[in-house]
Design a protein around this ligand. Structure first.
Ligand code: RRO
Length: 330
């Protein structure tokens, strides 16, 4: 098993580290890592902090038509190897993000013009059409449509309903020229990877993000004999180390089923350079960090990038492209 980081025995000077430059939908990114839509990216203050960090992009919390407080508390609990949460889409409403984008683009703390990825998570196709249309006319660079929030009572994850996915894509893919991506739920059967890949191939989808949290899991405290979060009878999305093998499998499967023109962003359990390197081998063009960012703050992006750079240098890889998708079979 790999150790948590591979930097201990080999620490080349930072200037000797390989470039982690990459592209998503032809948009250049200065680094391989940015934040996932999730923790610490809801308010303008949080997004400004991302602007001034080593995150390769500023990714927003998924937004809805109207502002939302989210689900009842307690709705997040840290676990030894990750977390369980049922946040319930707390966000400022899409108009607040629209209004904030020009300021974020000009943020003085940031490399001006750092890429911005907006996440939209409507409760209907018509919500998603309205929001995608609005962001198509904004200074956002990429639009990630969330088909996989597991935490809204009475709203099943779109990505598990293949007919609804197809109808939604028909409606949202022709609204402008900015690249559209999909945030997908984890799949667990090859027939589902194939069905979803075949749907995606019918539309001008530029990237997919795999995976959202593993939805509807239950953690029980045997002392109190109760669930540890309140919403949805204690059912919530599992995040962190627990889900890394699921994320890797989804990235790998889709990288084999989709044309190379559709970029795959990996998410799920990335907290070290080794984790990021594994997603790169599986075929990810970039990765997003959620649970580790929640726990560690913006410092995680620089740390993980340096760890990844050290691993690549030790293996004499000079670029992201040299490793991407190069997983070996035994
Ligand atoms: O806000 C949430 O509860 C949430 C969302 Br939108 C999502 O996409 N995935 C997740 O695990 N939680």
């Amino acid at each position: 098993m790999p150790s948590p980081t591979h930097t201990d025995n080999f620490s080349p000077s930072i200037s000797a580290l390989p470039s982690l430059k990459t592209h998503i939908a032809k948009l250049p990114l200065d680094s391989y890592l940015f934040n996932a839509s999730g923790p610490r990216c809801t308010t303008e203050e949080e997004l400004n902090r991302l602007a001034g960090s080593a995150s390769a992009a500023i990714m927003t919390k998924s937004c809805t038509m109207l502002p939302r407080e989210g689900n009842a508390e307690p709705r997040f609990q840290a676990l030894p190897l990750g977390s369980i949460q049922s946040m319930g889409l707390p966000n400022l409403g899409y108009e607040a993000y629209l209004e904030m984008l020009p300021r974020l683009k000009q943020a003085r703390s940031s490399r001006r013009g750092k890429p911005i990825v907006v996440s939209v998570s409507g409760f209907s196709i018509s919500d998603n059409v309205t929001m995608v249309q609005a962001f198509q006319a904004s200074s956002a660079d990429l639009i990630e449509v969330n088909f996989s929030c597991p935490n809204i009572e009475g709203k099943p994850q779109v990505g598990y309903d293949f007919e609804q996915t197809e109808r939604a894509l028909e409606a949202i893919c022709q609204l402008g020229s900015k690249p559209i991506g999909l945030k997908l739920p984890p799949y667990f059967d090859f027939s589902h990877f194939i069905t979803m890949a075949n749907i995606i191939k019918k539309f001008p989808v530029s990237f997919i993000t795999c995976i959202n949290s593993v939805g509807n899991t239950l953690v029980i405290d045997p002392e109190t004999e109760s669930a540890i979060i309140k919403p949805k009878g204690g059912f919530g999305g599992l995040c962190g180390d627990y889900i890394k093998p699921i994320g890797l499998a989804n990235v790998r499967a889709f990288s084999q089923l989709l044309p190379s023109s559709i970029d795959i962003i990996g998410v799920g359990g990335i907290k070290t350079g080794t984790d990021a390197f594994e997603y790169l081998l599986a075929g990810a063009s970039a990765v997003q960090v959620a649970t580790c960012f929640e726990k560690e703050g913006v410092e995680c992006f620089d740390r993980i990038a340096k760890e990844l750079g050290c691993i690549m240098a030790a293996k004499q890889y000079s670029s992201i492209a040299a490793v991407k998708g190069k997983l070996k079979m035994i």
